[in-house]
Design a binder for this molecule. Structure first.
Ligand SMILES: [Zn+2]
Length: 163
């Protein structure tokens, strides 16, 4: 994929009532949608495309106080839509590679901790040690808190940034 486009991927549906229908995954909100519900916007005079669902398009319109009346956009507007979609898509990618709603509970179980979803859909492992410390683990950062209160007040005793 080039960096001027954000495209939805196909989601094969093997069972359930949508069987046989073409499902796509909105690259902005990561939800499954029917192919017909996917919207495509083009940058004028190019092959560049942004695909997203109507809910995400409405979010974009609200945030930017614009209305996408046509599916071919002028360069500045396309640029804004691309920035909006690619930021969200990058966050989803990062999450897919690390902890997510599927992997976080498995990692938590292995570590004897809890899976915890913090703001913005970020998954963490929260591990409470026998000596009352609280350790949070994400693919990006490990924080150690002296106790439960320090955790609630977000005052880590030590922070280890990964990578
Ligand atoms: Zn969406």
């Amino acid at each position: 994929m080039d960096n001027k486009s954000v495209k939805a991927r196909f989601e094969p549906e093997e069972d359930g009532k949508c069987r046989g229908q073409m499902l796509m995954v909105c690259p902005v909100c990561n939800r499954k949608i029917r192919e017909q519900a996917l919207e495509r916007y083009y940058e004028g005079n190019s092959e560049n495309t942004v695909e997203l669902c109507s809910d995400c398009r409405e979010d974009f319109e609200r945030d930017n106080d614009v209305a996408l009346e046509y599916d071919t956009l002028n360069k500045p507007l396309y640029g804004k839509l691309l920035a909006f979609a690619s930021t969200a898509a990058a966050a989803i990618d990062a999450q897919n590679q690390g902890l997510n709603e599927r992997t976080a509970p498995m990692v938590a179980y292995a570590l004897g901790g809890d899976a915890w979803q913090s703001g913005g859909g970020i998954w963490l492992i929260v591990k409470r040690t026998a000596d009352k410390r609280v350790v949070t683990i994400s693919p990006e950062v490990v924080n150690e808190y002296a106790d439960e209160q320090a955790f609630e007040e977000n005052r880590p005793k030590s922070t280890l940034v990964m990578g």
